[in-house]
Design a protein around this ligand. Structure first.
Ligand code: GTP
Ligand code: MG
Length: 329
C-alpha cells in the first residue's frame, strides 16, 4: 500500500489482512475500495484490489455449494449503502427492519430475541438501501463479528426506546461503542489522531413514539440530551415518521443519484447510478462501463450541477443528485 493514503485506508487494509473467511475478505475488500481516494496515483492499486475481489467472489460462488460456514455477520454491500440498525435489547430494531424492508426478522416482546444479523432492502424513491438488523448490544459480551460489521458499514442507526429510559440507553450504547474504538463522527474532535479509531456517521432513532400521547416524553428526552445528536422520533408500530426516515437515511449516506442518457435518446430514469456526494463525470463513466472511463472525451449534463441544460463538461465536473449525463467517447 502507498504510504500517503488516509488512515481509514490503512485500518481497512489491516482488517482485510486479518479477515479469516472468504465472505469477510470480500466485505473488507469492498470497504477498502470504497475508502481509497480515486485519482491517478491509486489507479493501479484499485485495479489490483478489484481483481482480487472478483477472484474471491468467484471462489466463494464455488465454495458456497460445498459449505456454508461463513458467518452471518459477513454481509456483502448491496444498494446505495449499508446501514446497521443497533441498540439495546427490546427497543424495536427488528420491528423497524421488518417495517422498512423486505426482511422478516422475528419481533417479540422479550429481550434478546435476535441472535444473527439479518439484511433487508429498503426502497427509497428509485433506489434501495441495505438495512441490517442486529442482535442487541450487551456490555458483557459483544461479538467481534458484529463489531466488524459495524466498522464496515456506511451508517449506524442507533435505536432507543422512548418508553424505557432512552437517555440511559443512548449514553450506554455510545460508551460501549467507544470502548470498542468505534466513534460517532460528530465526536471526532474529542479524540486525538492515531488511536486506531473507526469514525462512523451515526443517527439516533427514538422508537415507540407511537402518537401524540408520547410527544411529551419525547420533548423531555430532547431537553435532557447534552449532545445535539442527529435524531428522528419514529414508531415501527404505527409507522409514524417512517417515510421521513427513508429520506433522512439517504441524506446521511451522502450519496447522489445520476441518470445516464445515450446521445439522441431520452434519459434512462429507471435505474440511477449511485455515486458519493461530489462524484465527478469521470467516476460516473467508470460506473457505466470501463470503456467509457478509458475513452471518455467529454460529457453533457442536465440538472442542478449544470449552468444550462446540456452543458458540455469535462471529466472533473462534479455532479449533483438527480443529474442526467450523456457520455461522449
Ligand atoms: N409501542 C410500540 N412497540 C413497539 C414498537 N416497535 C417495537 N415494539 C415492540 O417492542 C418489542 C420488541 O421489539 P423487537 O423488534 O423484537 O425489538 P428488538 O430491539 O429487535 O429486540 P432484541 O432482538 O431482543 O434486541 C415487541 O413487543 C414489539 O412489538 C413501536 O414503535 N411501538
Ligand atoms: Mg431483534
Amino acid at each position: 500500500m502507498p504510504t500517503n493514503l488516509p488512515p481509514e485506508c490503512l485500518e481497512a487494509e489491516q482488517r482485510y489482512r486479518a479477515a479469516k473467511s472468504t465472505a469477510e475478505r470480500i466485505a473488507c475488500l469492498q470497504e477498502l475500495l470504497s475508502v481509497i481516494p480515486k485519482h491517478k496515483g491509486t489507479d493501479r492499486l484499485r485495479a489490483d484490489l478489484r481483481r482480487r475481489l472478483s477472484k474471491l467472489k468467484s471462489a466463494s460462488q464455488t465454495r458456497k455449494r460445498i459449505s456454508r460456514q461463513d458467518s452471518a455477520f459477513c454481509i456483502a454491500k448491496e444498494g446505495a449503502g449499508q446501514v446497521v440498525v443497533l441498540g439495546p435489547p427490546n427497543v424495536g430494531k427488528s420491528a423497524l427492519v421488518a417495517s422498512l424492508t423486505n426482511a422478516t426478522p422475528e419481533v417479540a416482546d422479550y429481550p434478546y430475541t435476535t441472535w444473527e444479523a439479518t439484511p433487508g432492502m429498503m426502497p427509497m424513491e428509485d433506489i434501495q438501501i441495505q438495512l441490517i438488523d442486529t442482535p442487541p448490544l450487551n456490555r458483557d459480551f459483544v461479538k467481534p463479528e458484529l463489531l466488524n460489521l459495524i466498522r464496515r458499514s456506511d451508517l449506524i442507526l442507533l435505536v432507543v426506546d422512548l418508553q424505557t429510559d432512552p437517555l440511559q440507553q443512548l449514553e450506554d450504547t455510545i460508551a460501549l461503542l467507544q470502548e470498542q474504538r468505534i466513534v460517532p463522527c460528530r465526536l471526532k474532535a474529542r479524540h486525538t489522531e492515531g488511536q486506531r479509531l473507526t469514525f462512523k456517521p451515526l443517527m439516533v432513532l427514538v422508537n415507540k413514539n407511537d402518537d401524540e400521547n408520547t410527544d411529551e416524553d419525547l420533548a423531555i428526552f430532547c431537553e435532557l440530551l447534552e449532545d445535539d445528536w442527529p435524531l428522528l422520533p419514529v414508531s415501527a408500530a404505527t409507522g409514524r415518521n417512517l417515510e421521513r426516515l427513508k429520506r433522512v437515511v439517504f441524506e446521511r449516506l451522502e450519496v447522489i443519484r445520476v441518470y445516464s442518457k445515450a446521445p439522441g435518446k431520452e434519459p434512462d430514469l429507471s435505474t440511477p447510478f449511485v455515486l458519493p456526494q461530489g462524484g465527478t463525470v469521470e467516476e460516473f463513466a467508470g460506473k457505466v462501463h470501463r470503456d467509457f472511463l478509458k475513452n471518455l472525451k467529454s460529457a453533457r449534463v442536465w440538472g442542478s450541477s449544470a449552468e444550462h441544460d446540456g452543458q458540455m463538461v469535462g471529466r472533473d465536473h462534479a455532479l449533483d443528485d438527480g443529474d442526467v449525463v450523456e457520455l461522449h467517447i
